[in-house]
Design a protein around this ligand. Structure first.
Ligand SMILES: [Zn+2]
Ligand SMILES: [Zn+2]
Length: 566
């Protein structure tokens, strides 16, 4: 069980500006990693501000008279710096990093921001924040700057309403670029809330109106909210305040927690306060991000069960890898069964799957089901009613491809396929259900036996063959898009949706065989004109990724990923 005082932060430790003339954040990030290790923290999270257009400057920066964009050099070296840290400390602590994207308006600022996101392609997350008003005056600068803006806007109501309007604009333009919305009520650092803002749920005024719209837009875009502790040390309280957070909870907005640390001695403070505060608003869990994929973490150590949360996060990781990068940072919907059933009550709209210990997770038209056990039907050897082939062969790259090649050459379609990789004896089993005329099947098998004679031990075919049971694994992928595909989950997998025609799967198998990529497990399922394929593979990730790009238009979807959570 992890340290109770620990939170997997998102808005974590701000890295410094390095050689740039105005200092911000922490330059000696190694010292802080060492501190985290000495505190036995399992992870640490860094964040850096994206550089700004020169128009958006703090008074303190203007006063230096230096024409520069703060943190530009530090920003460009950021990923390398983190890579160095991971190389040095990665065995001792899990190092995450993200960026805080400065909203700079929807014109040049928006293009600028797109380029800033692309400069840090491997970041674990992006937080979108408004620090600067459209007028170019900061909300979190000096009191004088805030008062200047207040004068321009006339009233506190206008001040806040315009700020929330800027956030609404940021979310509408940037939702695909960001995962989290930063410190939602930041201006309270320098100005009061207007008196009219005391009952968010019932009052009729422009501030409440804009804030309600903002929260709904955050919810609709499935973004998370930054529960930011920096306000505690600055005396204005946690961002956002409790009534905003309560409303966020009702809108099912997940929270990401962060200390927003800018000084080394502040590291790790207020973790306990953040949990108490979140619980007051009704939250019992929070999210953090790894390679753009949200992970759910529980506050409650009594009901917390690490294994169950691992399974939950694994399911999120697999399903979200089937979406494009800018679409993978969201939490989908769930159903739970067996030992995961206790989660059902915790997720709005979650339903029960019965006794099978499995998690079904879905979003749009895609879904997967994973579990820690196979359904009874897949647990034991069973007699198949379909026309089938059972092959026993040496587990070497390309052997399976020979079998599929000869079947395709005789116009035989493989309807379902199941591969058990080799045990200690080095012998793998493949069980295929097929359709085609019997003479052609016989020809194909004779041919396979001929060309691959040193590699095939036996090939049986016919009806009523005994299909082998799947091998034991910690987790199985049980279904994809509702089609049964029981296959052990392993580190590197390929999921594909393909045209259900003879030879289409062969393209993939031949491509992998050409680079001697071994297939550890394979399952093929079908639904009318679509074939669903799940593969576990071993080999160089980039080489495989390159092959997969060339498969052609009969591959409707091809997702290839390495699972961080395994
Ligand atoms: Zn900062
Ligand atoms: Zn910020």
């Amino acid at each position: 069980m992890q340290n109770e005082q620990f939170i997997w932060e998102t808005h974590g430790v701000h890295t410094g500006t390095g050689n740039d003339p105005i200092k911000h954040g922490i330059d000696d990030i190694e010292a802080i990693v060492e501190k985290a290790i000495s505190l036995k923290h399992p992870g640490i999270t860094f964040i850096i501000h994206t550089p700004r257009l020169t128009k958006f400057r703090y008074r303190s920066e203007e006063n230096t008279n230096v024409k520069f964009i703060r943190g530009s050099e530090a920003y460009q070296n950021y990923e390398q710096k983190i890579a160095d840290l991971r190389a040095k400390y990665g065995a001792k602590i899990n190092i995450r990093y993200g960026i805080e994207l400065e909203w700079l308006g929807n014109k040049l600022g928006l293009q600028w921001n797109r380029s800033k996101v692309l400069q840090v392609p491997d970041a674990d997350f992006v937080i979108g924040s408004v620090h600067f008003s459209n007028e170019g005056i900061p909300y979190d600068g000096s009191k004088e700057e805030a008062n200047e803006l207040l004068k321009i806007r006339g009233t506190l109501e206008n001040y806040w309403a315009a700020y929330f309007e800027e956030l609404i604009e940021m979310v509408s333009y940037s939702a695909k670029m960001i995962h989290v919305v930063g410190h939602l009520d930041l201006p309270k650092l320098n100005v009061e809330f207007p008196e009219s803002f005391s009952d968010l749920d019932n009052e009729d005024n422009i501030v409440c109106d804009r804030l309600r719209v903002l929260l709904e837009i955050i919810s609709e875009n499935n973004l998370a909210l930054d529960l930011n502790l920096a306000g505690l040390k600055k005396g204005c309280g946690i961002f956002p305040n409790l009534q905003i957070l309560k409303r966020a909870k009702r809108l099912k907005i997940p929270i990401a927690i962060g200390t927003d640390t800018h000084k080394a001695d502040e590291y790790g403070k207020y973790f306990v306060e953040s949990i108490e505060f979140a619980k007051k608003a009704g939250y019992f869990q929070y999210v953090s991000f790894a390679r753009g994929i949200p992970q759910i973490r529980s506050f409650n150590h009594e009901i917390d069960d690490d294994e169950k949360y691992n399974a939950l996060n694994l399911s999120i990781e697999i399903l979200n890898r089937r979406f494009s990068i800018c679409d993978s940072g969201r939490i989908p919907r769930f159903s739970f069964g067996g030992k995961y059933s206790s989660f059902t009550a915790q997720y709005d709209g979650a339903t029960n799957l019965g006794t099978l210990s499995a998690i079904r997770i879905r979003r749009e038209k895609k879904s997967i089901m994973i579990g820690s056990e196979l359904p009874k039907t897949a647990q034991e050897n069973k007699i198949s009613n379909d026309f089938s082939i059972l092959s026993k062969h040496y587990d070497e790259p390309g052997v399976l491809s020979i079998l599929f090649n000869t079947l395709a050459s005789e116009c035989i379609n493989v309807k379902t396929a199941f591969l058990n990789s080799a045990g200690k004896d080095g012998i793998a089993e493949a069980f295929l259900t097929i359709s085609g005329d019997e003479k052609s099947i016989q020809n194909a098998i004779e041919f396979t036996k001929g060309t691959g004679k040193n590699r095939f031990i036996s090939i049986e075919y016919g009806k009523n063959l005994v299909a082998p049971a799947a091998k034991k694994s910690k987790y199985y992928l049980l279904e994809m898009d509702g089609v049964k595909l029981p296959v052990p989950i392993s580190k590197q997998m390929i999921l594909a949706v393909i045209k259900n025609k003879p030879g289409v799967l062969l393209i993939l198998l031949s491509a992998l065989a050409s680079r001697k990529i071994n297939i550890i497990d394979l399952q093929l399922g079908e639904r009318s004109n679509r074939g669903l394929v799940a593969l576990s593979v071993e080999g160089d990730f980039t080489v495989i990724d390159d092959l997969l790009r060339k498969l052609g238009e009969q591959y409707y979807e091809i997702s290839h990923f390495e699972l961080a959570g395994l």
